[in-house]
Design a protein around this ligand. Structure first.
Ligand SMILES: [Ca+2]
Length: 561
């Protein structure tokens, strides 16, 4: 497809055009920022996964100084990704919510750039996070669906990831919060060294929830170990059969402080029954009500410890995923029930991190990106009263669908970017995706990527910084089925699943026939134009088939013309 002028250099192209090598321009041209801010282009060294013959040879520092972290000029921005869980397009007051107030994120929005067409890569946690960290659409890889808590790591060590890019640029990197990308290789010994994990894919430090708040094991993992584990009380975990003799939600619902609506009926931990069984590790178990405080403290500590050097923080809150049990001080803080209270708590977490940047004088030189891993869900397995307490709050705003859905509510999420020294504040309608973060941050940090890196993510740095109103021309959205966006058009491929997920009351966007919507005048996806525009449907369906077959949607390859 044709490029439009004035946008970013790397665009989604049909496979037949994939031979166009734009990596040189992607690396050198992204920036103004690379040249002006860094003045150097780091080279990805030979190593596992490297493709011979495509090493980047980009512009060097004018000084001739060797490219290397220790020789990088001062003034490069820290990068902080603030990542919320299940927060929808309408869940923040800066995105129109009125029944819940998010003053900290509203402040971020006032100082930064607010996107109206920013997307996570998929409508559920694991594939979305996989794509963010790897620059690859998760639907290309089997085994990247929502993972159980004992799954193996789904990102191969040695692969070019977002944190590895930042590491390469000399940043100290950390992952704090929800992981949900698997740990270990073929089974995890929760009582021993837990690896490979975040530290094997580019993070220098991690303090994580292994999977989700509603899945066992209900313990934090710090670097390679369960934090606070008593070796005399070893942990056992199973997703197949009961372990230990602790009660389950299925057999003892009277013991639950949060009742069930569906699933989540295995081992009870902290009065809440989970998906999966666990025993042992009692001293190490988290207290759900304290989780926001614990994780935020870890994020703040990392910033404090690295305030004098460039750092990259991926802070992925548990909020507002289920189980929603906010700390006592947030109860009743919204006008839309416990889900709204969890939003206020999430906003507080973000405020603590932002306040830390201010306190340490780091605000001006820190690029902050806030977003969410998928769209909203109200009843997601616990009868916590969220559905009954909405009080007119619309979690997805004007969008149709939510978490799990291929409608816009599934992947169009809040996206706010702030970097006071460089980002022009305001609004942006540019189409961008989290799958683009890797390539964009590589451009920011002056790291040239090897050919195999970021097969689906493009450098949209200029759009993220507000220097261009144009992001992508096209994007694949992932629910249970796929959709292809192109300009105002959206084609949802035919599916075989249900139109509505009854247990969570969400429209999946699926239909037995392909659908076509024009989002320019039908953001809510209410008028299916497929019958009127069969040619457009066929064009987009054919293109999506090509993208599937090609194995990548971005032109990988050597630098240079
Ligand atoms: Ca999620």
């Amino acid at each position: 497809m044709a490029n439009s002028g004035g946008g970013n250099k790397k665009r989604e192209v049909a496979p037949g055009q994939a031979g166009q090598r734009r990596w040189f321009f992607r690396a050198a041209g992204a920036g103004a920022v690379v040249a002006a801010v860094w003045g150097v282009l780091l080279l990805w060294p030979a190593g596992p996964g490297a493709v011979p013959g495509v090493w980047a040879v980009g512009p060097r520092a004018e000084t001739g100084a060797a490219a290397g972290p220790e020789r990088m000029p001062a003034g490069r921005p820290n990068v902080v990704i603030l990542y919320a869980d299940d927060v929808g397009y309408g869940d923040l007051s800066c995105y129109g919510a009125t029944k819940v107030k998010t003053p900290n994120l509203d402040g971020l929005a006032e100082q930064g750039l607010v996107f109206s067409d920013g997307h996570c890569a998929a409508a559920t946690c694991t594939p979305s996070r996989y794509a963010l960290l790897t620059g690859q659409y998760a639907w290309r890889r089997k085994g990247t669906g929502v993972l159980p808590g004992d799954a193996s790591l789904i990102i191969e060590p040695g692969r070019v990831t977002l944190p590895a890019v930042m590491q390469k640029a000399g940043y100290r990197t950390a992952c704090v919060g929800k992981w949900h990308l698997g740990l270990g290789a073929g089974g995890v010994d929760w009582n021993g060294e837990i690896k490979p994990g975040p530290l094997e894919v580019g993070f220098d430090h991690c303090f994580i929830i292994p999977a989700t708040g509603d899945r066992v094991p209900c313990v934090y993992v710090e670097d390679h170990r369960v934090a606070g584990l008593d070796p005399n009380d070893p942990i056992k975990v199973s997703y197949d059969r009961a372990v230990g003799d602790e009660p389950t939600g299925r057999d003892h619902p009277e013991l639950l402080k949060v009742k069930l609506s569906h699933g989540h009926d295995n081992t009870i931990v902290n009065g809440i029954s989970r998906i999966g069984y666990m025993s042992g590790g009692k001293a190490a178990r988290w207290v759900d009500e304290d989780m926001a405080d614990v994780l935020t403290r870890q994020a703040v500590r990392f910033i404090e410890q690295n305030k004098d050097r460039p750092f990259f923080l991926y802070f992925a809150t548990h909020d507002i995923h289920v189980p929603r049990v906010p700390q006592e001080r947030f109860k009743g803080s919204s006008q839309c029930g416990v889900r709204g209270d969890a939003i206020v708590q999430m906003d507080w977490c973000m405020g603590e991190v932002l306040g830390t940047l201010d306190r340490l004088g780091l605000r001006e030189n820190t690029l902050v990106i806030f977003s969410s891993d998928n769209g909203p869900v109200v009843n997601d397995g616990y009868a916590d009263g969220a559905a009954e307490s909405l009080n007119g709050h619309r979690p997805a705003g004007a969008l149709r669908g939510g978490k799990y859905s291929v409608f816009e509510g599934g992947t169009r999420v809040p996206l706010i970017v702030r970097w006071p020294e460089h980002v022009r504040g305001g609004q942006s309608g540019a189409l961008v995706s989290q799958v683009d973060f890797l390539a964009s941050m590589a451009a920011l940090a002056g790291v040239a990527l090897p050919a195999e890196a970021s097969p689906d993510g493009m450098d949209v740095l200029r759009a993220l910084l507000g220097e261009s109103k144009v992001g992508r021309e096209s994007l694949v959205e992932q629910g249970w089925v796929l959709a292809l966006r192109q300009g105002p058009w959206k084609m949802i491929e035919a599916g075989t699943g249900p139109r509505v997920m009854e247990d969570v009351n969400i429209k999946t966007g699926e239909s037995r026939q392909a659908q076509l919507y024009n989002l320019a005048d039908d953001l809510g996806e209410t008028r299916n134009l497929a019958a009127e525009r069969p040619g457009k449907v066929a064009e987009l369906a054919g293109w999506l088939a090509q993208l599937r077959q090609a194995g990548r949607s971005q032109p990988g390859g050597a630098l240079g013309p």
